[in-house]
Design a protein around this ligand. Sequence first.
Ligand SMILES: Cc1ncc(COP(=O)(O)O)c(C=O)c1O
Length: 372
Amino acid sequence: MHADKLSIGKECRRFENRFAQYQGRKHCIFVNSGSSANLALIQALLNLGRLRKGDRVGFSALTWSTNVMPLIQLGLTPVPIDIELDTLNVSSHTLAARITRYPIKALFLTNLLGFCHDIDIIAHLCKKHNVILIEDNCESLGTVYKGKKLGNYGLAATFSFYVGHHMSTIEGGAVVTDDDELATMLHLVRAHGWDRNLTEEKQMILRVKHNVNSTFYSRYTFYDLGYNLRTTEIQGFLGNNQLQYINRIISSRQKNFFYMAKAIFARSDLYYPIRFDHIDTVSNFAVPVICRARAIRDRLVAACDGKVEIRPIVGGDMTSQPFFHKYFSTANLPHPVNAKLVHEQGLYFGNNPELTKKEMDSIIRIFTSDKI
Ligand SMILES: Cc1ncc(COP(=O)(O)O)c(C=O)c1O
């Protein structure tokens, strides 16, 4: 790669066009992490007045911290929605149960670990109740449900290109949308609130509206609240390179997942089964295991020590995390019981596309051993 400047430029724009095309969306806004994508999306919706401070926003009780944090940081009220144990995701049922008592203005749905429940019905439900649906698709790039990629069910979706996710730009993320107004605002939010990354036509509209008729001042005019979440050309280059392999990576991960899940979930005496036969393509980067009892999970943790790297499932039940307690009392909220069970009895291990059959067989042996 040859580049005259290393901050966001041609390589990043090429990546944005190619990723938007891959996802089947009109716009892609490349940012420096999945967390930044979440922050930028919520800020852009606030800037546009589609969300207002104090609005309630639903989120999946089982998710990652920086899915919920921007809601708190930007003055919204987060409303946890429980997940289903058999798919680890919010369903139309858990959503309906919550929004009849706690109306919400938007739902920031996490598509957890390459799975979904009935996201098509969730989208209908949101439309019916005038709820803005946005997807955190940081864990499900490439999953296809009912012929449609996850990330294409709502107004916009976010992605993470962190190392270990489906594809990597080392650090990186994106927001995709078909909505022109939202895309324009996301460009402002990504870089200081100025108009430099807009087309000339869009710059003119803003400048006329705000009476900015001097080239001198137009360079440093800041139209709305923003950050600096820009990427570098190095990340753009890596993204373009990775996109060549994405379909191959997804299909080998899916093959690995089916192979390991079939053997491990067959031990239904030890583990709750996870259902994925309703999904056309399952694209995950880790294999979740939900134990029937905490003691089983503890024995697994000991058995994996020094052999298989394991972690709690994503961030677990967000409402039991210290940051959530600090800012919200959960006393009056119905507890997300399934998310809590996953928090206390679950773990996951990585699903690397380069895992060999020998490595997968040794993982299976640990998880299905009679000593567990
Ligand atoms: C659901 C979800 N959202 C957001 C993020 C944040 O992405 P990043 O690590 O790129 O900031 C993650 C990270 O793993 C995630 O799992």
